[in-house]
Write a protein that binds this ligand. Structure first.
Ligand code: FAD
Length: 397
């Protein structure tokens, strides 16, 4: 069999008709108009207000989202499943921070866990902690953890201001109820990583959940952002504790500009690596470390980076593991890097896609980030567009 290659566009786009490919080409091309990126989000809101929701739904929404509800995602789930790719239902609504919204979000995430239960086409669930508790409480808890070197999550509330205690207790209870529901349903769940000033509390909750629930197998996965210069050491320290089975989703990190700007503004050391090369080096070292420790660590290599994906694939063989070993998986976002997802899956690797869903208006911030990420010919867009064009040409031959 020929070697794994991400340049095989016939495999990458086999699930797309000619018309769908042309539509994707037009969409990626449109991201190169700066005015559209600047005014697009506001225009999209007006368009929804004017009853043009259908137009948005049939263009950018359709490329990057599964639907407005779990039920509407059925088509995306089935389509990915035909190529052996799993779905991760990602409720992507970014709303106000209030107790009622947190309860609604937690209830929705519970539904995704129930939908995933016993369903091989939905191998993981996912949630963002800021969806189920306030950033203010998470930040205060994180500060308390760092200042007092707290290692036990149950001690955090003793260090919180009285006004935040009840919100912390409710938020932590919601966090644990999601983790418990996932483990009881035998569904693996990712806790997404967020900003560094919220992360100590998220890490401690996720570690607590892992120690409680990852007894025979990793059900709970914490996420590590390798653009942070302290994460490789953190990973090594955690695994050396050897208290349970560990689950990690490895990402590079999504908040670099925000992190750097805050560090400058408040005058503390930048938590981010000095350059892209250092991020890449630590990302690949983390992949290697997880694979070497596969007896106690399960890993999801969540990236659109070809080199890191290729490295993960080659290390499975080096460790004597089957391509489809349950402890190692790969993940990309819906509508992006199909050349990685479909070619890996075609070779029997375990692959899944984040499939964001939610009401059109509520997912506009998510869609805006995808459009910005895909702007500029040099970056991701150049690559996506080149691959789509090369497949269109190949089909015409
Ligand atoms: C399935 C999936 C799940 C994800 N979950 C999360 C999550 O929970 N939390 C989260 O924060 N992000 C998450 N992300 C986004 C992720 O962190 C990256 O922003 C995105 O995937 C781009 O990184 P890459 O590895 O795909 O590719 P690449 O294009 O190789 O890397 C780009 C990334 O490198 C880093 N980088 C770029 N320039 C520099 C520089 N000058 N110095 C240092 N580092 C630099 C940044 O992290 C940037 O995003 C997820 C991505 C995927 C695919």
């Amino acid at each position: 069999m020929a070697e794994l290659s991400f340049q095989n566009t016939s495999v990458a786009f086999a699930h797309k008709s000619d018309a769908e490919l042309s539509k994707a080409r037009m969409l990626f091309k449109s991201f190169n108009y700066p005015a559209l990126l600047t005014y697009g989000p506001a225009m999209a809101k007006v368009a929804v207000g004017l009853g043009l929701k259908f137009t948005i739904k049939k263009t950018i929404f359709e490329q990057f989202c599964g639907g407005e509800t779990i039920h509407e995602c059925d088509r995306a789930i089935d389509s990915l499943a035909k190529s052996g790719i799993g779905t991760i239902l990602d409720y992507s609504v970014e709303g106000e921070e209030s107790e009622s919204t947190f309860k609604l979000t937690a209830a929705e995430i519970l539904k995704t866990i129930q939908r995933a239960k016993g369903n091989k086409d939905i191998p993981f669930s996912v949630f963002k902690t800021t969806g189920v508790m306030s950033s203010e409480v998470l930040e205060a808890a994180s500060l308390a953890i760092e200042n007092n070197d707290i290692k036990d999550i149950l001690l955090v509330e003793n260090h919180l201001n009285v006004s935040l205690k009840s919100d912390w207790q409710k938020g932590f209870a919601r966090f644990m109820s999601l983790c418990n529901a996932a483990a009881n349903s035998e569904v693996q769940i990712f806790v997404d990583a967020e900003e560094t000033w919220l992360q100590p509390a998220i890490d401690l909750m996720a570690t607590h959940a892992m120690e409680q629930l990852n007894i025979t197998r990793a059900w709970i996965f914490n996420t590590l952002q390798m653009y942070r210069h302290d994460r490789l050491a953190y990973l090594q320290y955690q695994v050396a504790e050897n208290k349970c089975k560990y689950g990690y989703k490895l990402v590079r990190g999504a908040y670099m500009e925000k992190e750097r700007a805050r560090a400058v503004k408040l005058g503390y050391q930048d938590p981010i690596q000095p350059n892209k090369e250092s991020t890449d080096r630590d990302y690949d070292a983390a992949v290697e470390f997880c694979l070497e420790n596969h007896s106690s660590v399960s890993v999801c290599i969540a990236t659109h980076n070809e080199n890191s994906s290729m490295l993960g694939a080659s290390l499975l063989a080096k460790q004597g593991l089957d391509n489809g070993d349950m402890k190692v998986s790969f993940s990309q976002l819906l509508g992006m890097s199909d050349h990685i997802s479909f070619n890996l899956s075609n070779r029997g690797y375990r692959v899944s896609k984040y499939v964001p869903y939610g009401p059109v208006l509520a997912v506009i911030p998510y869609l805006t980030r995808r459009a910005q990420e895909n702007s500029g010919m040099a970056g991701q867009m150049g690559r996506e567009l080149a691959l789509i064009e090369s497949e269109i040409k190949r089909r015409k031959r």
